[in-house]
Design a protein around this ligand. Structure first.
Ligand code: F6R
Length: 602
């Protein structure tokens, strides 16, 4: 997800642009750039890598320009490189733009512009914007903006500078975020409120189909047809931390609710016309692998179990999922024919990092699935695939997990394809993933129900999560989430294993949360659950739309999804269950006792 900042006013623009981009770092990026403007012209600087790399190229105090735009780029079209970084400028170096989003019809526009003699410097979709503006500009930038934006399809938030108006920034947006702000010292634009909150609490959230002209004292809003719009200003009554919480009581709840968008972002650009696009995978040789390890810790380990289950279903190479803390000391068989896949939200977990380093020393090919850009695990792997969940602040992992599930599904399907293995349900799964944000939203709508069911734990010390096959992934994750945030003891069992011991613990009012979403075993799970009901358990059943379950009082049905993807909607329900159980018990939900967000010690 790219990040955008813009400023025009009385103060030097550069520090404001850079500090705003820093607040947007959570969105993820692989390059950064700025353009400043004054009556001497445009000054543009870009760098591949971190914001720090850009700052190191600039002697910040020596730039006095009071108008500028800034950008952090998350590569979609074209590799991360200086040329593909934003801002993009026209040939005369009189117009500069930054863009967040994807211009879906850029190829056609590019061909037309090339036919008119325009030359392109980058491989990006965004560069068409600056050349279109150049083409339409005849002294009236708002008119040129109108003609340009009405030609663009897809999603965009754009900021524009021009040497003809060195104290003005033009912006436009559709389907990508853009907030504007105003203070005594100037006006601001950014992709998110925290980027400008240090300077102003008066913000205007630009709506889809709107453009604006920012001068040091004024912001004027227009439709895409240049009709003036009455701006709706909002005063943000909270500080940066609260702004980051976005109005939710806790980070955990906010992050649970961010999942539709996090999954959408993780899939963005990775499924196109039924094909999977995963960056850099061609660097590896999947035909030579004869053993695969999925390695991770905690919640990420559960994503590893899910990945391994899919891998075993489709690919005829022995594979196993191992907790990183065990992998290191189990003398695993690793050589240059081994593929090791590491999964980590933080990218800093000590056990996972050590396991990765060990497997590299032994010659394995390595892939990591990581959320934090530029983290140690990301840097040490042969190939890194990022979940684009945004920053996960609450200790308990939520959106990182569901985005890991979505991304590993793509990864395993892609490995199958690269090995020439046909997965019969591939098209159905890709379609199912694309629908997942809506499915997740439907699950979030069940929050009141989950709150009510979490109330069953009021006087209970224990809970039992049961399920079979892929439901076991949800079972493990549901139990872990409940333990860590509510401190209720929770166990995860294969439903069929209950009768081999744990059923001895079931008595009147014991809370059992049962998952039965896998068609081949759902009926069997249900009969296992009935055994607990016969002993007085208070059972909450999560199952599919059509699964008969006449004996159950508390049943939640997930929407129609492919059974291999059911773990995602089920997990959302279990996250809400754990969250409300913790709130009911008065726990510090975001910072549970004894736990750290990033476990950098063994
Ligand atoms: C549970 C949780 C932990 C982490 C584990 C690995 O909610 O957050 O179990 O999943 O510590 O952390 P990462 O994914 O950062 O490697």
């Amino acid at each position: 997800m790219c990040g955008i900042t813009a400023f025009t006013g009385k103060d030097a623009a550069l520090p404001i642009l850079l500090s705003g981009l820093e607040k947007l770092e959570y969105r993820g990026y692989d390059s950064a750039g700025i353009t400043l403007v004054d009556d001497k012209g445009l000054f543009t600087k870009k760098a591949k890598g971190r914001l720090k790399d850009l700052e190191d190229m600039l002697d910040v105090p020596s730039f006095h320009q009071t108008t500028g735009i800034g950008h952090t780029r998350w590569a979609t079209h074209g590799v991360p490189s200086q040329l593909n970084s934003h801002p993009h400028t026209n040939a005369a170096n009189t117009i500069s733009i930054v863009h967040n989003g994807i211009i879906e019809n850029y190829e056609g526009i590019k061909a037309n512009l090339k036919a008119k003699g325009y030359e392109f410097q980058s491989e990006t979709d965004s560069e068409v914007i600056v050349h279109l503006l150049d083409y339409y500009y005849d002294g009236n930038m708002l008119e040129a903006m109108k003609k340009t934006v009405n030609q663009l399809e897809g999603s965009f938030a754009i900021c524009v500078l021009s040497t003809d108006e060195p104290d003005t920034v033009y912006v436009a947006k559709t389907a990508s975020p853009m907030v504007l702000g105003k203070s005594e010292n100037g006006t601001f634009a950014a992709s998110d409120i925290p980027a400008i909150l240090e300077y102003t609490k008066d913000v205007l959230i630009l709506e889809d189909g709107q453009m604006a002209k920012l001068t040091p004292n004024e912001i004027s809003v227009y439709t895409f047809h240049c009709e003036p719009v009455e701006a709706k200003w909002t005063h943000i009554p909270y500080d940066i931390e609260a702004a980051q919480k976005g109005g939710y009581d806790t980070f955990m709840l906010k992050e649970i609710y961010e999942q539709p968008e996090a999954i959408r972002e993780t899939l963005r650009g990775r499924i196109e016309k039924g094909e999977i696009h995963l960056e850099d995978l061609e660097k590896l040789d999947f035909t030579k692998i004869n053993r695969v390890y999925f390695v991770a810790c905690g919640t990420a380990w559960h994503a590893g179990i899910y990945a391994n289950t899919l891998f075993q279903k489709w690919i005829d190479v022995p594979s196993i999922c191992v907790a990183a803390s065990e992998f290191r000391y189990s003398d695993p068989h690793v050589d240059d024919k081994t593929l090791c896949v590491y999964i980590s939200q933080s990218g800093e977990t000590a056990d996972t990092l050590a396991a990765l380093k060990m497997s590299k020393e032994k010659g394995a090919q390595t892939i990591s699935i990581v959320n934090v850009l530029g983290s140690s695990i990301a840097r040490a792997s042969d190939v890194t695939l990022y979940t684009c969940a945004g920053p996960e602040i609450a200790v308990a992992s939520t959106k990182a997990f569901t985005t890991q599930l979505a991304l590993v599904t793509l990864l395993i399907l892609k490995i199958a394809e690269l090995r020439g293995t046909d997965v019969a349900c591939k098209a159905e799964l890709l379609e199912g993933l694309k629908q997942m944000p809506e499915v997740v939203s439907a699950m979030l709508d069940k929050h009141e129900l989950m709150k009510e069911y979490a109330g069953f734990l009021k006087n209970q010390q224990d809970a039992y999560f049961i399920g079979r096959q892929l439901d076991y992934v949800s079972v493990l994750e549901g139990a872990l989430k409940l333990k860590e945030v509510s401190y209720v003891h929770a166990d995860a069992y294969f439903a069929g294993e209950l009768k081999h011991g744990a059923i001895a613990l079931i008595e009147k009012d014991t809370v059992v949360i049962a998952m039965a979403t896998q068609p081949e075993v759902a009926a069997k799970t249900i009969s296992n659950i009935e055994e607990t009901m016969a002993r007085g358990a208070n059972v909450i059943l999560i199952t599919t739309k059509d699964q008969p379950a006449p004996k159950f009082k508390y049943v939640i049905r997930i929407p129609d999804v492919h059974p291999l993807l059911a773990v995602i909607p089920v997990t959302i329900l279990l996250q809400l269950f754990a969250y409300y159980a913790a709130v009911e018990k008065g726990r510090d939900v975001d910072k549970p006792r004894n736990l750290a967000k990033s476990v950098t010690v063994e």
